[in-house]
Design a protein around this ligand. Sequence first.
Ligand code: NAD
Ligand code: DEZ
Length: 387
Amino acid sequence: MKILADENMPYVQELFGDLGTIETVNGRELTPEQVKDADVLLVRSVTQVNGSLLSLNNQLKFVGSATIGTDHIDTDYLASRDIPFSNAPGCNATAVGEFAFIAMLELTHRFGGKLKDKTVGIVGAGNTGSAVAKCLQAYGVTVLLHDPVIQDSDPRDFVSLDELIARCDVISLHVPITKTGEHKTWYLFDEARLNSLKQGTWLLNCCRGEVIDNRALIKVKQERPDIKLVLDVWEDEPNPMHELIPLVELATPHIAGYSLEGKARGTYMLYQKLMQVLGRDADKSMMALLPSLWSAQLDIESIPNEKSLLQLARFIYDLRDDDELFRKTILDDSSKNAQVNSSNNNGFDFMRKNHKHRREFSALRLVNTGHSDVNWLTNLGFSGIGQ
Ligand SMILES: NC(=O)c1ccc[n+]([C@@H]2O[C@H](COP(=O)([O-])OP(=O)(O)OC[C@H]3O[C@@H](n4cnc5c(N)ncnc54)[C@H](O)[C@@H]3O)[C@@H](O)[C@H]2O)c1
Ligand SMILES: O=C(O)[C@H](O)[C@H](O)COP(=O)(O)O
């Protein structure tokens, strides 16, 4: 069996190695010729899987995408050819939740005030939106949810988008990209909606770039510096509008979901699905792939203020490093960029490919050595305390 896998998918050899021959490829540049004799195709979000890519292949038994989003997959086409498909729902939701939470702590530290005093609106209350809400609620932040698709069948409370915008100090976007239908999300935040943000709103986008009209965002942000932005995703990736980057407070190249655990979960979910398709037992364990804990343990006496919480979060993941590298990689030093571009086509993809996967909060075991209540850190995701 020939398994063709994106070169940026970890643990493929460990999980699929005994099923056949593995060939790794640059997913963004994959051609029909390369796919021609594959039995299994494992992709990430950068590969458009459609009739054109699969036009020379008559033997494909499975397509898997180690991602939450499926907007790069022509699922109707795969169904028309009876090719089983699976994505990896929720695989990197914890990573996105922690990324957005840390970004909010960073903004609070930079611009003053307390995150705990803010009201945060989540647009799209599925896996990633709920993961952000979980972190915020563990810390005691007020959260409002907007999700017209599930609001009638979900027991949580929901508000309209207008109410969310009017009441929230921070808005975090977690919707799939959809171009049609009653609840389409393409340019959900167009110029009019961006202008309706209340004074001083922080807007985070960790879902898909095209949920915000980026050209309109440049215009609005130039007129309204009170709005603060965290963008992990961009219109027209891997070529974000250069004029937008300096206007963004925290800018990263679509890596909100890039935790080691999130990537491992993505590959593992595809392994489980393929074994099911092949009618075989999935006898490998995902936990065996991961280094057990990133740090044996950290003694915590108290979290006296938000700065201490930020320091603890930075110990796991210092988002400022990715922001700094992103600006340098994309904007600075054209000669360096030329080198990057020649070997890897694009600085955006270069940074994603070479991203050192961070760990999730759960990789750090905390021990409560004081008398104050720090047990809520377990609800935030850390291991140890209260267990
Ligand atoms: N930046 C990253 O690294 C990263 C990582 C994971 C996922 N993503 C993106 O984030 C998206 C969301 O991921 P998820 O796991 O939360 O997906 P999900 O399917 O679990 O949740 C999405 C939610 O959005 C809701 N929704 C749909 N249209 C809406 C609208 N118009 N208004 C409000 N809510 C709407 C859906 O009902 C659903 O509950 C993915 O589709 C993917 O594109 C990005
Ligand atoms: O949809 C997803 O799961 C995310 O956008 C994912 O993090 C994208 O990462 P990629 O597949 O491009 O490596």
